[in-house]
Design a protein around this ligand. Sequence first.
Ligand code: UD1
Ligand code: MG
Length: 452
Amino acid sequence: MTARSSLTVVLAAGEGTRMRSSLPKVLHPVASQSLLAHVLNAAAAADGSSLAVVIGPDHEAVAAEARRIRPDAQVFVQHERLGTAHAVLAAREALARGADDLLVVFGDTPLITAETFARMRAPLRQGAALAVLGFQAADPTGYGRLVVENGKLVAIREHADASTDERKITLCNAGVMAFDGGCALAIIEKIGNNNAKGEYYLTDAVSVVRDLGLEAVVIETSEDEVRGINTKAQLAEAEAVMQARLRKAALDAGVTLIAPDTVYLAADTTFGRDVTIEPFVVIGPGVSIADGAVIHAFSHIVEAKIGKKVSVGPYARIRPGTSLGDGARIGNFVETKAAVLEAGVKVNHLSYVGDAHIGANSNLGAGTITCNYDGFSKHKTLIGEGAFIGTNSSLVAPIKIGNGAYIGSGSVITKDVPDDALAVERNQQTIREGGAKRYREIKMKAKEKKGK
Ligand code: UD1
Ligand code: MG
């Protein structure tokens, strides 16, 4: 059997005013990824899928995000906000091109999964014209109610239009619908706006389908999967659900999480085998952690590549553009940024390594600082292989330190150091025999005199 083609229309024309933010609602992040990206990625898993995104006017940032995630997505603007059916018709051009299945999903439901999209398409193969995703709502207020008679979906009644009896129904419309592509456009075009809000409700597709003598069915899912985000509180709830999913997926994949509830992952975090993550670690976007790496407690990692058997932290900050080679060791209170540390490099304590390339097996002592910024621009620090940087050294970039070079502790290095050279930059030490004893005596006498 050949796979059925599908078109997914994502409705993202909402302003999201209740978020009280200048950022469009669907660009808010859950697990370091926009709400829109989550929905697009879930939709992308469908076979033979094409994508259309409907955005509001002046939402170029939403269009850009859609294209970043799915360069093939077609973006349509709904110029007036006249309801969900009207929004789908903004993508008429894509609908007219035709697909076996048409899926409509809201851009603010980031927890929806690819499996659910697949489940919704199944009844279409058995002849249904429409499948609606439903859930048992803990509090159905505000949702469209699914009116089911003799096991068949006969209508969706919006809260504002529902009778007292209909409002008692707890089976609600999640907002995802799957249409048989052959009749979808004809059905949606028949929808009117004769209701309490005077909007074109996509939910009225159910009664249109019934009037045509066709079949509409309900596919049920959990409330957690279809939480729509309208407020920052709901955004935080969705984050909690998503983090729970990501932690479970990591554990199932063999990652050791000692205290899973304290570890924050991103939707795109990848792990090798036998990775251990200690408590209170935060991982942002674009992080890969290879086999056998250990991330110690209280570390923060963003856009970085962690090699095999690397040790990070405790209390390390790994910033964007960091690549840690196999077996590298990053210790406590170390910050790295735009830094490539080759295999076996050690930076064990209290250092800043930014805009740098460190050759294999070099050792940066405690308090080594790459002075990368002169207040105007950033400069590079290049350190060769097997170099030894003594503690409390400042490496003033641009600077190049050769293979096997040795920097004496406390040096401020401003000139390049050749291979295998020893560079020390500090004043001659002076020794005064008995000086400490004499100093103490003078001070004690002065104190006694004052006390009298
Ligand atoms: C909608 C459903 C309701 C369901 C609920 C689930 C309709 C008529 N009602 O109600 O049955 O229980 O979602 O959360 O569909 N949008 C546009 N253009 C418009 C209107 C809406 O793009 O003109 C988009 C919004 O950005 C949003 C989605 O469609 O992503 C839903 O719109 P919203 O106003 O939130 O509908 P609800 O009243 O929540
Ligand atoms: Mg809504």
